[in-house]
Write a protein of this length. Structure first.
Length: 197
C-alpha cells in the first residue's frame, strides 16, 4: 500500500480531531488544501495559529481579542437592564443574527449534568447573580435548549435570581412548519407556550 508523505498524514490526523469529521472527510479536506498555492496555505495556517491568541470575555464568556468583548463594552447594552443567558457561544451568535436582542449576554458553557460531574460551580452560576447586581439587571431571558438538563439549569438559575424577572424563550412550532411533521414533544411545547392574540 502506498505511503503518503508525513506532512499529509499529520494534517489528516489534525482534521480528524474536529467534531463530525472522520478520516475520509479529513483526507478529502487535506487533498483539497494541497491544491492551494503557498500564499493561500500560509494565510490559512496563520488564521489557525491566531486562534491561540483568542481570549474569553471576562464578563460574558464570548470569544474576544481583549479582556472584554464589544458587547460588554457597549454602554447601550449595559444600560439595557436585560441579560440573556445562553448555553454556548453558537446560541449567542444565533440570537445576535436575529437582530432583535440588544442587551447583555452570559454564556454558561453547558448545562447542569450531575452524571457528568457538571454542577453549579463548574458553570459558575453564581457569576450570573454578581453580574445582575453589577449591571442592575431587571430582566433575564433564559435561552437554554429544551432538555431535562436544560430545564434543571433554568430552574436552578430562577431560584438564584429572586429579585429579577426571569423569562424563558418560547419553544414549539417553527415558522413555515407543518403540524403533521412535528414530533409530539415539539407540539407539546408549542401548546404549552401559546400566547393570547
Amino acid at each position: 500500500m502506498i505511503e503518503l508523505p508525513e506532512s499529509i498524514q499529520n494534517t489528516v490526523k489534525c482534521f480528524a480531531k474536529l467534531p463530525g469529521v472522520g478520516e475520509k472527510t479529513a483526507m478529502r479536506q487535506v487533498m483539497n488544501l494541497i491544491r492551494w498555492n503557498a500564499e493561500e496555505l500560509k494565510l490559512f495556517a496563520n488564521a489557525i495559529n491566531d486562534l491561540g491568541n483568542t481570549k474569553r470575555c471576562n464578563e460574558c464568556g464570548l470569544y474576544s481579542t481583549l479582556d472584554l468583548c464589544e458587547i460588554c463594552l457597549s454602554q447601550t447594552r449595559q444600560e439595557s437592564e436585560v441579560m440573556c443567558v445562553v448555553e454556548n457561544i453558537n446560541d449567542l451568535m444565533a440570537i445576535e443574527r436575529s437582530g432583535e436582542y440588544k442587551g447583555l449576554y452570559h454564556v454558561l458553557g453547558g448545562v447542569l449534568n450531575p452524571l457528568l460531574g457538571v454542577g453549579p460551580d463548574q458553570l459558575k452560576l453564581n457569576k450570573i447573580t454578581d453580574r445582575a447586581q453589577k449591571f442592575k439587571i431587571k430582566s433575564i431571558i433564559l435561552a437554554i435548549n429544551p432538555s431535562v438538563e436544560g430545564d434543571a439549569t433554568c430552574s436552578y438559575i430562577k431560584q438564584l435570581l429572586k429579585d429579577v424577572h426571569v423569562d424563558r424563550i418560547g419553544f414549539g412550532m417553527p415558522m413555515g412548519g407543518s403540524l403533521e411533521y412535528l414530533d409530539p414533544l415539539t407540539i407539546s411545547k408549542a401548546l404549552e407556550n401559546r400566547k393570547r392574540l
